[in-house]
Write a protein of this length. Structure first.
Length: 747
């Protein structure tokens, strides 16, 4: 990951600038211009509810920022730096660009609001000049002066101004709280009072929410802080909590001092309540100019950090935007570009449009920060060791609240914000490889979830009854890359109803060479699994003999929380069959009570996958349920869609009727797609018409044949069974080691 190259170490600020940037941005335009509107439309209790919901988003975000900031050295770019280091360049860059846009547009928003502080003078101005004043006559020159000062003097002058602004804010709020209890009549405190036909709660919330977005303003100064790990948590949290307390007190004071109608009629109603009225426009001007300063200090640094990480496709643009000035690495070029954006939106002059749009981008950023903190809690990454820890449930609440409230506030703006994020992501993705940051975080979460589930399943182990049996297979092969038939059979069995672990056998002793070979083969198997969308676990096993390899995998725990209960071995038609290996593997599996499936595959690759033939003989009642259930499970895979199962009753003619009745009873009691019409008589006489010939004649065109076998016959015939049925292409020999019921017993 590219990191920002900085020529300087910043200004070495302490905690105070973080607190000042946060509190001065929090106590901004909305407090002076829109809180009366909020109380008028939702009442005192409704306004307090808006404040609490808003802080249900901002406090978890502040805690998340404090936590992540104490885990890493936070560089220039603040919030973007945190997201980038957590999510990687691609996702972090996407969020960083949207965050920069919100910060840059915020400057315009605050300058437009700044011009509202002069509306009490508009009447006097028009009377003496005859000119109808326009807000842009103030906002555009003010923005120009502010930008020139910041470019010329840098962050030092900005922080100096913040001290003066906070003093003015303190004075204006003090005079407001000391003001008259009511300016038009007896004071009352009705917490439910509001105007007739008020705006909806969520509309009011959408207008008020920008007041809560200032708490992360100080994070953008991280590159200029002496000790970001201490200053960011302390400054951000203290600013957030102080702002919430002041908001609640302002709502109570407004309710006590004015009627809902008076609050709705005058957006600067606070000046009629304050002990000295002019202090409110002065405070509004101070608050908005301080918020604008906070944003203009942060936005260029976010852009500088983006360019320093080479997020943008243009190398020349990255070099230009990342270039700083002086020892403090002031982002002069990024400030010039930000100035252009500011003037475009200031010229629009629409406070409501700008406010709602930036709210969406801030909500996405806050939701993402809370999500990062939540995922880090779940992932249990040893390298994530913050000195300050939030709670995972607070981060989760913050993330959910952000995304829910986005669409409750303004669905159109929310969709617009999401669409812009998607467009930015697709733009950055061109020519850029997928970054590992997010995937690593998600893998960590999945690892922790799997670990806890495995432990829980082991503690709460429930005996698997014959009626609740499901397949949990291990398969072993030494030629899965060249002959994928056993791999395919296992992924069909494991598609929905079962679980499967596929092991490639590497013969040899464990050393660096065999380990490298095993890893190379595993990479091929994983690609093969991804291409076929196989829901199976893949691994390799190194052993000096096939028997030793089988012994190892039979003892391995089931990776899906269910003990392994079946093994799949494979043979290939036309090859020499090493019966010693097969016999040893079957005996080992039988000792552990495993079900055994031996696939004899061919180059036909299961044909058209339209017919499965099951052959039942007098010796197969032990195996019958497993044979039928496997056919049903395989048929459930999409690649076997439209497949038909046929059951051949291969009994002596003299016992055919009796055996068929037993078979009908077995099939009729189950919920499987086999009807009596699919059961065919296949009488045979051992000497005159051996079973081999019967199966070869009737199942020559079958795509898969399932037949039973026993260990005793395997030993007696020395594997002759696996060489029989010459006309049959792909056949699975099944030996049940467990009792399996394919239907619930009738009551």
């Amino acid at each position: 990951m590219a990191t920002q190259k900085s020529s300087g170490t910043g200004h070495g600020f302490g905690t105070a600038p973080v607190f000042l940037a946060s509190i001065s941005t929090i106590l901004g335009a909305i407090l002076f211009l829109r809180f009366g509107y909020a109380v008028a439309n939702t009442g005192m209790l409704g306004s307090i509810m808006i404040i609490l919901i808003g802080h249900a988003i901002t406090i978890p975000t502040a805690l998340a920022i404090a936590e992540i900031a104490t885990n890493m050295k936070v560089g220039g770019g603040g919030e973007y730096f945190i997201v980038n280091r957590s999510f990687g360049d691609l996702v972090g860059g996407t969020i960083g660009i949207s965050l920069y846009a919100a910060q840059a547009v915020s400057v315009a928003f605050y300058m437009i609001a700044f011009s509202n502080a002069f509306t009490p003078l508009f009447g006097w101005f028009q009377e003496h000049t005859g000119i109808t004043p326009d807000l842009r006559m103030i906002s555009i020159p003010a923005a120009l002066i502010l930008l020139i000062v910041i470019i010329k003097r840098g962050a030092n002058i900005g922080v100096s101004i913040l001290w003066a602004v906070v003093c003015i804010l303190g004075a204006s709020l003090a005079l407001f709280f000391l003001g008259r209890s009511s300016y038009s009549g007896p004071s009352t405190l009705d917490p439910l009072a509001r105007i007739e036909n008020p705006d909806s709660f969520f509309r009011v919330f959408a207008i008020i929410f920008p007041a809560f977005t200032g708490m992360t303003a100080g994070v953008g100064l991280a590159g200029d802080l002496k000790n970001p790990r201490r200053s960011i948590p302390l400054g951000t949290l203290s600013g957030t909590l102080a702002g919430m307390g002041i908001y609640i007190l302002v709502v109570i004071k407004l309710t006590y001092s004015a009627t809902p109608q008076e609050l709705a009629a005058d957006q600067l109603v606070m000046r009629k309540i304050a002990l000295w009225g002019p202090i409110i426009p002065i405070g509004l001007a101070a608050a908005t100019i301080s918020s604008a300063i906070g944003s203009i200090l942060v936005a260029p640094r976010t852009m500088q950090a983006l360019a320093g990480n080479r997020i943008f496709p243009s190398a020349a643009f990255n070099r230009f935007m990342s270039k700083g000035k002086g020892e403090a690495n002031e982002p002069v070029n990024a400030t010039l570009v930000t100035s252009v954006i500011v003037f475009v939106f200031v010229a629009m002059g629409s406070v409501d449009f700008v406010a709602q749009l930036i709210s969406m981008f801030f909500m996405i950023t806050y939701g993402t920060l809370c999500l990062v903190s939540f995922l880090q809690h779940l992932a249990g990454n040893p390298s994530y060791r913050p000195t300050f820890r939030s709670k995972w449930y607070l981060s989760l609440i913050g993330a959910i609240a952000c995304f829910v409230m986005m669409f409750q506030m303004q669905p159109v703006y929310a969709l617009l914000a999401v669409a812009v994020m998607v467009i930015i992501y697709l733009w950055l993705r061109k020519g850029r490889e997928e970054e590992p940051g997010l995937s690593n975080l998600v893998k960590g979460v999945l690892f922790q979830m799997t670990r806890h589930l495995q432990i829980l399943i082991q503690k709460k182990r429930v005996a698997v009854t014959p009626a609740r049996w499901r397949p949990s297979f291990v398969a072993i092969s030494s030629s899965a890359i060249n002959r994928p038939a056993p791999f395919d059979l296992l992924r069909w069995i494991s598609h929905y109803y079962g679980f499967g672990s596929f092991f490639h056998f590497v013969r040899g002793t464990l050393n660096s060479d065999t380990d490298l070979e095993a890893k190379r083969i595993l990479d091929q198997l994983i690609k093969q699994g991804e291409a076929s969308r196989a829901s199976i676990y893949l691994d390799t096993v190194i052993a000096s003999s096939f028997k030793s390899a089988v012994s190892q995998i039979l003892q391995m725990p089931g990776v899906f929380g269910l003990d392994n209960n079946s093994i799949l071995l494979d043979l290939h038609d036309g090859e020499h069959i090493d019966m010693k290996n097969i016999s040893d593997a079957c005996n080992l599996a039988a000792v552990l009570g495993f079900n055994i499936c031996i696939l004899r595959s061919s180059d036909r690759r299961f044909g058209y996958r339209k017919e499965i033939h099951i052959w039942l003989t007098p010796d197969d009642y032990r195996n019958a349920n497993l044979m039928i259930l496997l056919a049903y499970i395989i048929m459930g895979h999409p690649e076997w869609k439209g497949c038909e199962i046929k059951v051949f009753a291969a009994f002596h003619e003299s016992e055919m009727d009796k055996q068929l009745e037993r078979l009908y009873e077995l099939v009729d009691s189950g919920r499987i797609p086999i009807s009596r019409n699919h059961i065919q008589r296949a009488p045979f006489i051992s000497d005159a018409q051996p079973l081999e010939r019967l199966v070869s004649d009737l199942s020559e065109d079958a795509d898969l044949v399932i037949a039973g076998f026993s260990l005793s016959k395997l030993e007696q015939q020395e594997g002759k069974l696996f060489k029989d049925f010459g006309k049959v292409s792909d056949i699975v020999f099944v030996r049940a080691g467990q009792q399996i019921v394919i239907s619930e017993p009738s009551k």
